[in-house]
Design a protein around this ligand. Structure first.
Ligand code: ADP
Length: 488
């Protein structure tokens, strides 16, 4: 190697050395002054180095910290000793929760991540990164304390349980409602408060939640410590882990026993009154019909007119009473469906011709329905059609054409009643089949009713695995329809 080449080599070495020194300086600046607390511990557990962030975290000076056993600075010394042992075996320590004793006496909650640095197989030191999670824990604790206070002071019983049905929390109100204390119930199965005939309810609820359904105001019964049965309304939410997997359920249970008693009393009253009204009304209707046939014989036009009007009103009243009786039965779960196979034509015909007595300013048309047999509860389907027809008349005060009819759809039959009345706007259409719902607008404000007709129709059809549908346009008219299978 000549002089020039030697010179060149030396220059390159010097350049590399400068670069290396720069990198070492940068690295040590990074570890010394970086914001993550970091220290090194020797094989005997003595702190041999700590950066500024670590000293800031603990509050000690370099002289008070470095050169001392690391366990001196921890509240749980045995856990740190265990870490040192594991490091000795070259284990990596990941996110280990520890409690750091600071100079001012404050305990800081930290996460420790540590591993060993070896050279030629020999232990040089273990390096340890410390993350202060005290503030985060404080906030989480405050949040959970607030939530716990809300849960504890709630008037509703709030209970959580895991997927095996084991209770994991039980608030004060649950104690009051079911008679068991939290210590008696936590760790026990929820089946303890579920009556024998409802034991399979839990699985059904879970299946609904797994299917993404919300379970709200689920009315059921529960049994108390003292054996009494309570009517309960449940709202159930899934408890999920970070992977969105359901790991338990939280339930809010409201005791609605009193409300249910009240409803039962009201229903009994409605049923009793309706029943009592039915008997005299049947007798009044028969006498009207008798007088009507006599008036027809005598050709007394005024009497015929007056008695026909009376008959129409008596029929309206009979159908209203029928609706009230059905409502009361439905609420009590006592409605029974007696299916039979019958010809649809005569019943549709009868309803369409009866409707002609109810109105003078509508044209009633009857379409289709010939040779159609269905298997259904004849009286209840009759009630559905009477209600649809009387609504069609009631809600088309300016007259127009009302069509009652059938349309064949393969092996099913679509039965419909259409009118040219006031129509219903889309937002009301969504609520029409709710109990006691009535549309409130200028056009219908003088039309009286109770808001139970469509609810009953929807319920009766539910029992027939069918559904009432509506298409309607305000100012144009409405069509109500439902589909039933044709009996072949
Ligand atoms: P009610 O007629 O006693 O109020 P219903 O349950 O039969 O109770 O009907 C609920 C509401 O639906 C009515 O208040 C009315 O506003 C609306 N409605 C029902 N049928 C019709 C119809 N054919 N045309 C327009 N609105 C209707």
């Amino acid at each position: 190697m000549n002089q020039n080449e030697l010179q060149e080599r030396i220059l390159q070495y010097e350049k590399r050395e400068k670069l290396l020194t720069l990198q070492i300086e940068e690295l040590s600046d990074f570890t010394e002054n970086g914001s993550i607390p970091l220290h090194k511990v020797d094989q005997n557990g003595i702190i041999i180095w700590a950066n500024q962030a670590e000293l800031d975290l603990t509050g000690y000076s370099h002289e008070e910290y470095v050169g001392f056993p690391v366990i001196n600075f921890h509240a749980d010394q045995s856990s740190i000793q265990d870490i040192l042992k594991r490091l000795g075996k070259d284990e990596k320590i990941i996110d280990h929760r520890a409690a750091l004793k600071c100079k001012n006496g404050v305990i800081k909650h930290v996460l420790i991540n540590s591993s060993v640095y070896r050279k030629d197989g020999n232990f040089v030191h273990s390096r340890c990164f410390t993350v202060d999670i005290s503030e985060y824990l404080k906030q989480a604790e405050e949040k959970s304390a607030k939530l716990a206070a809300i849960v504890e002071s709630s008037d509703d019983a709030i209970v959580s349980k895991n997927l095996e049905g084991i209770i994991t929390s039980w608030n004060h109100s649950a104690e009051r409602t079911f008679g068991y204390s939290a210590s008696e119930m936590i760790g026990e199965s929820i089946l303890k408060i579920i009556p024998e005939d409802r034991k399979d309810e839990e699985q059904l609820i879970l299946d609904r939640l797994k299917g993404g359904e919300r379970v709200e105001h689920f009315e059921t019964k529960r049994i108390t410590k003292y054996g009494s049965i309570l009517d309960i309304s449940l709202t159930i939410s899934p408890v999920k882990d970070i992977d969105d997997k359901i790991i338990g359920l939280s339930k809010i249970a409201r005791d609605i026993t009193e409300k249910k008693h009240e409803e039962r009393r009201k229903n009994d009253f409605i049923a009793m009154v309706s029943h009592e009204l039915k008997t005299p009304l049947t007798s009044i209707t028969s006498y009207i019909q008798l007088l009507l046939s006599k008036a027809r014989k005598d050709k007394d036009d005024f009497e015929i007119y007056a008695l026909s009007r009376s008959e129409v009103q008596a029929r309206k009243m009979t159908s209203m009473i029928q609706d009230f009786l059905s409502l009361a039965k439905l609420e009590e779960g006592k409605i029974s469906i007696n299916k039979e196979i019958f010809d649809l034509y005569p019943i549709m015909e009868e309803i369409s011709s009866d409707a002609k007595f109810l109105t003078t300013n509508h044209t009633i048309e009857f379409k289709g329905c010939k040779d159609i047999f269905i298997e259904a509860d004849k009286n209840k389907i009759g009630q559905v059609l009477i209600n649809l027809m009387s609504n069609a008349i009631k809600y088309s005060p300016n007259g127009g054409t009302i069509i009652i009819g059938c349309e064949r759809e393969g092996s099913s039959i679509k039965i419909f009643v259409s009118d040219e009345g006031v129509g219903i706007n889309p937002s009301d259409q969504r609520n029409l089949f709710t109990r006691f719902y009535r549309v409130r607008n200028e056009k219908v404000k003088n039309i009286s009713g109770f808001g139970i007709g469509l609810y009953l129709i929807a319920e009766i059809l539910k029992y027939h695995d069918s559904k009432i549908e509506v298409t309607s346009e305000e100012g144009v008219g409405s069509t109500f329809s439902f589909v039933l299978p044709v009996h072949v």
